[in-house]
Design a protein around this ligand. Structure first.
Ligand code: MFK
Length: 567
């Protein structure tokens, strides 16, 4: 028999005005005139993200994409059917100028901050439409940098359009059966026929299959093996409306999450393609796309964490257990604060990289900006991606059984978060990218210098006190880093992931202290409390030695089973 009790579910309000740090952060970071415009835009967007955009995204998730491969008479058509809501999300993205802002550069070097603040709010109400947006932005970056033909320029104009009728998104076709992280085994062939180039091969993961174009890696016939033999191509999806460009959609992937997003396997049977960048420089050319899409991955992880935490915070004030609201239980408070600090650290790291990206694109970046951008793009991505899984898991647990039930709309947080650490480079691959930067550039020296300067230049008393502890930790880490840089390759590699985590926590704390230092008293008090909480989360670090690495190989060594002694 019903008790007549019904639990209130979590409620969301304007996600900008209720955000715990975005407003204060932007107010301190943007010039006043720019901030006034951005604030108005974000206030409007924050309202839509809990209203019509969220409803559209939920509809897109309910009405999953399907693939119709044959017409009633047996002709191959490969028609991808997506919810009208998915198409609406594309139009919304154009009208919100979600890619356009980054290239129109209305706010000069601050344009990227405006754009990414919007993506941060939009992502959790977008059904992952941010994936095609990431690809569109990454492709625009490649074409802006390397484009040299009318066709390149036309594609760039579409990718950065704010008119829905003109706006295109892009796919990225790199992954093949032989490798996702390691593209050196790419077997797609680029065949030259007169002035045309046509691609033949299978692309194993094409996200954003509804896009109008893609950037694809392929190997010219006769080109060397390995990744140095790869070239990048622009491939239109259609040659005329409804006519696929020499390709077949083999099937849609049945994925753990991102249900509205059509991800497909494609067979390229002579798809017309247009070279971008130099022959044999495909990886280097596509890297500028990867660095953009990785920042998207980071900001979307942050948006997802914030949304999940917002829902739990609200619910905690409605749910009673053991005679008190959840929000009054000390263990719940501690759990929540820990996850919220993870989310804040990710936000600070990502926005700092976005700030520097804006400078780089407007020609105002220093050498140090460039070093830090290159060093911390993989770090921010690996940290936010793993954090979003952890946060989603804790949030779901915080809701108890309700968190595990589909129609509460909560399980999607965990399903979707899991893709962040896979999409655009797995954690270990990003750790190796971090190592690549350390080995090839002077970025480590720049980082060390910046940490020292930031910690020593803090002015206010409360912040300086915290800085003393941070400086102690940093000094110890810097010593370990010296050993790491000088270590043999196997030791460098084995430690790269943990080093990435250390970089993330240490730099995020220092960014938080720098921010606290310029805030007025009340905000400074809050930021200092957060800085203390964040400091308590940083794991201790000790460089793994060659011996320890040898020992850890035991996980893959042959098991001590009795099989060999079986008769
Ligand atoms: C949203 C929902 C999605 C739904 C489901 C999706 C499921 C997942 C689908 C996927 O498959 S996601 C995976 C996408 N793939 C990747 O993210 C690739 C990951 N692998 C890497 O990032 C590798 O590090 C890389 C392919 C780049 C390594 O290639 P190489 O050829 O072994 O690297 P190499 O030789 O070190 O670098 C070649 C050049 O590029 C070098 O420059 P130089 O020629 O001047 O020396 C590098 O410095 C440069 N480079 C590499 N990475 C760079 C870079 N430059 C700038 N930035 C970078 N990030």
């Amino acid at each position: 028999m019903s008790t007549g009790f019904f639990q209130d579910g979590p409620r969301l309000e304007n996600t900008f005005t209720t955000n715990r740090w975005l407003k204060a952060y932007l107010r301190k970071t943007l010039p006043p005139a720019c901030w006034a415009e951005v604030e108005e835009d974000l206030t409007r967007l924050g309202e839509r993200c809990v209203g019509e955009y969220l409803a559209t995204a939920r509809r897109a998730e309910r009405e999953k994409p399907t693939l119709v491969q044959f017409d009633p008479w047996g002709r191959r058509i490969d028609e991808l059917r997506v919810s009208s809501a998915w198409r609406e999300l594309q139009d919304i993205s154009a009208r919100e100028e979600l890619v356009h802002l980054g290239y129109a550069r209305r706010h000069k070097e601050f344009s990227r901050l405006h754009q990414f603040a919007k993506l941060y709010l939009f992502h959790p109400s977008s059904a992952f439409f941010t994936c095609p947006l990431a690809m569109a932005d990454g492709a625009a970056k490649v074409l802006e940098t390397y484009g040299n033909s009318d066709l390149h320029k036309a594609a760039f104009a579409h990718l950065t359009a704010k008119d829905p009728a003109q706006f295109w998104t892009s796919g990225q076709w790199m992954t093949e059966k032989t490798g996702g992280s390691d593209v050196s085994g790419t077997s797609t062939i680029a065949r030259v026929n007169g002035s045309e180039v046509r691609l033949f091969g299978v692309k194993w993961f094409s996200s954003a299959t509804t896009s109008e174009m893609a950037l694809a890696l392929a190997r010219f016939e006769g080109a060397p093996e390995g990744s140095r033999g790869l070239t990048l191509f622009l491939v239109p999806m259609y040659t005329s409306p409804g006519q696929l460009n020499g390709l077949q959609v083999l099937r849609l992937k049945d994925k753990l999450g991102t249900w509205a997003l059509p991800t497909a396997e494609l067979q390229l049977n002579g798809a017309l393609a247009y070279q971008v960048g130099e022959i044999g420089q495909g990886v280097k050319t596509v890297a500028s796309m990867l660095n953009i899409t990785r920042l998207y991955n980071s900001i979307c992880s942050c948006g997802q964490m914030t949304r999940a935490l917002d829902q739990l915070r609200d619910y905690s004030t409605r749910r009673m257990a053991f005679g008190a609201h959840l929000s009054d239980h000390v263990l719940h408070q501690g759990t929540f604060a820990r996850e919220e600090m993870r989310s804040l650290a990710g936000f600070l790291l990502t926005m700092e990289m976005v700030r520097r990206l804006g400078r780089e694109e407007c020609g105002t970046a220093s050498r140090e900006d460039q070093d830090m951008l290159r060093l911390f793009t993989p770090v921010a991505k690996m940290f936010t991606a793993r954090s979003s899984i952890q946060v989603a898991s804790e949030v779901i647990e915080g809701f108890g059984g309700a968190g595990y039930v589909e129609d509460t709309g909560l399980p999607v947080h965990l399903r979707d978060a899991q893709v962040f650490s896979i999409w655009e480079g797995a954690t270990n691959v990003l750790s190796l990218d971090l190592l690549r930067v350390v080995q090839k550039t002077a970025a480590m020296t720049t980082y060390a210098k910046e940490m020292d300067q930031r910690l020593k230049n803090l002015k206010t008393a409360e912040v300086q006190n915290l800085a003393k502890q941070a400086l102690g930790r940093w000094t110890a880490l810097a010593r370990a880093l010296d050993q790491w840089v000088a270590a043999e390759p196997i030791v460098q590699m084995a430690n790269a992931r943990e080093i990435g985590v250390q970089f993330a926590w240490n730099y995020a704390q220092v960014l938080l202290l720098s921010w606290a230092d310029v805030e007025e008293a009340r905000n400074q008090g809050i930021l200092c409390a957060w800085a203390r909480e964040m400091a308590s989360l940083s794991p201790d670090f000790k460089l793994k030695s060659a011996l320890e690495i040898e020992i850890s190989k035991v996980a893959f060594a042959e098991k001590l089973t009795a099989t060999s002694s079986k008769p």
